[in-house]
Design a protein around this ligand. Structure first.
Ligand code: ASP
Ligand code: MG
Length: 402
């Protein structure tokens, strides 16, 4: 008998019919002779609606009270699903995050799991019950409710699979798996049979919103193989694991677009030691995330520093830089917001030269100008004009994924 963890996202449990649909999937898994632990998110847009409700009261709610509020969404889902399972004749019990043993740190609204005490879950399994656990939530040492950050139910599921040494961890969603590009925008986008944790992390952080990033990090850390699949369409999904078998011989696993980028340029900074430290030290002191960095070679005793930050942090970044400008000088600080980052991701490029040149050729043929380039072992990113981004993604996708 295997132990299977199944996670269902908000759209999979959005209404009565969807709840019964999930109950049928769980019931079938149980009837096939498996122990099942189910993790669910809040129904549909519940979490967003709760956030809107809080905003009706105050623009600055305390994070403790926000967690108290948001955790209620998942609590509705677990109770309804446990009821639906019992209607189908399956013994089930619902448990909140804290009943299921999720002990977190104190960081309300973005808590990290400190410990997972699985005794209660295990004793319920031993009583032949399906255990339905509320995702996204835990309890801190003050016995206050905490939440794990948006999309945190994936992390709850992976943590349970790791702690229980589950045989499988299935993440059910409203798409059929992980695609090589956004299937709504790129007609030739293909569903992947397998992808590595590292590739998935790159794609997730680039906006391929299938799996929450932290859940993939956790899965990698504990070696929990994930299966991403649809709750609506019973077809094979995508397996996420350490080393993909790469039966398809794919060099590139995906092309992603991220429009959440602003480019900041500091022109004519003196070409002497310590300038980058002063600039990026100032940004780091305010926790501003810097991504791609370019530094021009010195000319006439000066150099330019150009880098990207998330759009939402651009104003803040410029403010910090202006405050600190006396330390590093520079003639002008500019921000540009109409850019996008387009990236190709694939572990296969490590052993295959020429990926970059093929990508640049595709962009040239599509007449797209590149402003910045950055590479890592398994990723090549370019910064281009936002209005050209969709065209660029299609052009690059066409070259690598026939
Ligand atoms: N309900 C939470 C959210 O919408 C957690 C989750 O869906 O995983 O962010
Ligand atoms: Mg949700």
């Amino acid at each position: 008998m295997a132990l299977i963890v199944q996670k269902f996202g908000g759209s999979s449990v959005a209404d009565r019919d969807r709840v019964f649909n999930v109950a049928r999937i769980v019931a079938a898994t149980r009837k096939a002779g498996n122990d099942v632990v189910v993790v669910v998110s809040a129904q549909g847009d519940t979490t967003d609606d709760l956030i809107a409700k809080a905003a009706e009261i105050t623009s600055e709610p305390s994070r403790r009270e926000m967690d108290m509020l948001l955790a209620s969404g998942e609590q509705i889902s677990i109770a309804l699903l446990a009821m639906a399972l019992s209607v189908l004749g399956v013994q089930a019990v619902s448990l909140t995050g804290w009943q299921a043993g999720f002990i977190t740190d104190r960081a309300y609204s973005k808590a990290r799991i400190r410990r997972l005490d699985t005794e209660r879950v295990e004793s319920e399994l031993a009583r032949n019950r399906v255990v339905v656990v509320a995702g996204f939530q835990g309890m801190n040492r003050l016995e206050d409710i905490t939440t794990l950050g948006r999309g945190g139910s994936d992390t709850s599921a992976v943590a349970l699979a790791a702690a229980l040494h589950a045989d499988r961890c299935q993440i059910y969603t409203d798409v059929e798996g992980v695609y090589t590009a956004d299937p709504r925008k790129v007609p030739g986008a293909r569903k992947l049979e397998q992808i590595t944790f590292d590739e998935m992390l790159e794609l997730a952080s680039l906006g391929a919103q299938v799996l929450n990033n932290r859940s993939v990090e956790l899965a990698k850390k504990y070696g929990v193989e994930l299966e991403v699949l649809s709750s609506l369409n019973p077809v094979p999904g995508t397996i996420v694991k350490e080393v993909a078998d790469d039966m398809e011989g794919m060099l590139i696993k995906g092309v992603a677009k991220d429009t959440d980028v602003a480019v900041i340029s500091i022109m004519e900074v003196p070409d002497v030691p310590g300038m980058s430290f002063k600039v990026f030290g100032a940004l780091a002191s305010r926790n501003i995330n810097v991504d791609i960095i370019l530094q021009s070679t010195g000319r006439g005793g000066n150099k330019d520093l150009i880098f990207t930050v998330p759009l939402g942090e651009a104003e803040n970044a410029v403010e910090v830089l202006k405050e600190n400008q006396p330390r590093f000088g520079g003639k002008e600080i500019k921000v540009e917001k109409n850019y996008a980052k387009v990236s190709v991701v694939g572990a296969g490029m490590q052993s295959n030269p020429g990926v970059a040149s093929r990508m640049f050729e595709a962009l040239f043929e599509a007449n797209v100008n590149i402003h910045m380039i950055s590479t890592s072992e398994i990723k090549i990113s370019v910064i281009i004009d936002e209005k050209e981004a969709d065209r660029a993604v299609s052009a690059i996708h066409g070259v690598f994924i026939p």
